[in-house]
Design a protein around this ligand. Structure first.
Ligand code: OKP
Ligand code: ZN
Length: 343
């Protein structure tokens, strides 16, 4: 399996995030991607390729032009405002009862307009890193389009929380959605299976009214876990997308016995859709040792996951999402990918 990787992810290097209502040490940090890269190299997974340049017009199929402009310019605005912190955070949002039909001119208004949480630090190099991450995903999708049976997009920052015009959950561009769009644009039917511990609210929202891309997600119950406001079982899609969205929320503390039952339901739904390509939003945070998550998957369980996904028999693109147990991240990622390859 080929891996697509860019060192430009390291341009996004937050020291802090706002988590549980307080300023904490950031967990979505460059060493995550470096650990995964080292592990895929050590496992001899396959060639490691750089991304090809990403066309803005293609990104605009998923993200609003004004949102792309905002992300591209927000750090200059931050500097121009005289701010000297290493990160910038929003703190006010157009919730129901406030107006969302005008984009404010002030930096804090614009940050709130284009985000949905305070937990996602913007830094000097965020746009460069997020753009490179999106480029990695689309390049890897092109490998599948060219006939590869599998590929690994070593994306950082992650993407599955990003909506068409809102960042949040450490995500800026929706890498998996861009990859799925690239494959769907070639006339393929696409399924996305999101195994990250957190619900992929951005991916769901992007495809909610589309019937050509199935979205299936296994995640912690949003009543008890981030992102809290999406990811329930009654969200089944709308219009042409009705029936093309499946959420499988699980209780905190779920282990492989529980998780793998959800996986079977997820794959039964994928099988019914009969896709030409499968995109896995590969979050490694269902791991028992993850510092911000509360599922109990082991490294061996990640091998079981890889083995099971291979049995689906569909060309499969793995897109890296979350996973914050940095020391174990490489082993867990390699476990999925090498087991998929039957190694
Ligand atoms: C991104 B991804 C809860 C803090 C939540 C945000 C989590 C974003 C996860 N105690 N902070 O899906 O891995
Ligand atoms: Zn996650």
């Amino acid at each position: 399996m080929k891996t697509v990787y860019s060192p430009d992810h390291a341009c996004h290097h937050p020291r802090h995030e706002i988590s549980d209502g307080a300023l904490k040490a950031a967990v979505e940090i460059p060493s995550r991607a470096e650990m995964v890269l080292a592990a895929v190299k050590a496992a001899g997974l396959g060639e490691i390729l750089p991304p090809t340049p990403l066309e803005r017009a293609f990104v605009e199929r998923i993200h609003e032009p004004a949102y792309i402009d905002f992300l591209e310019g927000v750090w200059d605005e931050t500097v121009a405002a005289g701010r000297t912190e290493e990160e910038a955070f929003p703190f006010v949002w157009p919730t129901p009862g406030l107006r969302a039909d005008r984009v404010p001119t002030h930096l804090d208004g614009r940050m709130g307009f284009y985000s949905f949480d305070a937990g996602t630090p913007l830094t000097n190099g965020t746009f460069a890193a997020a753009w490179s991450s999106a480029s990695v995903a689309v390049t890897a999708a092109d490998l599948i389009a060219a006939g590869e049976g599998s590929a690994f997009a070593l994306c950082r920052p992650p993407g599955h929380h990003a909506m068409s015009a809102r960042y949040g959950g450490y995500c800026f561009f929706n890498n998996a959605a861009l990859a799925a769009e690239r494959l769907a644009a070639g006339g393929r039917r696409v399924a996305i299976l999101d195994v990250d511990y957190h619900h992929g609210n951005g991916t769901q929202a992007i495809f909610f009214e589309r019937g050509d891309v199935l979205f299936v997600s296994i995640h912690a119950d949003p009543d008890q876990e981030y992102p809290y406001f999406l990811g329930h079982a009654d969200e089944i899609g709308e219009g042409a997308g009705e029936g093309a969205n499946l959420n499988l929320p699980l209780p905190l503390g779920s282990d492989w016995a529980t998780w793998s039952k959800a996986l079977e339901l997820a794959l039964a739904s994928v099988e019914r859709a009969g896709p030409d390509a499968l995109v896995i939003s590969l979050g490694l945070d269902p791991y028992e040792g993850d510092p911000i998550s509360q599922f109990k998957l082991t490294t061996d369980d990640f091998s079981r996951l890889g083995e099971r996904l291979a049995k689906a028999g569909v060309p499969t693109l793995f897109v890296l999402e979350g996973g914050y147990a940095v020391e174990a991240l490489g082993a867990n990622c390699a476990a999925v990918l090498t087991a998929f390859e039957g190694k």
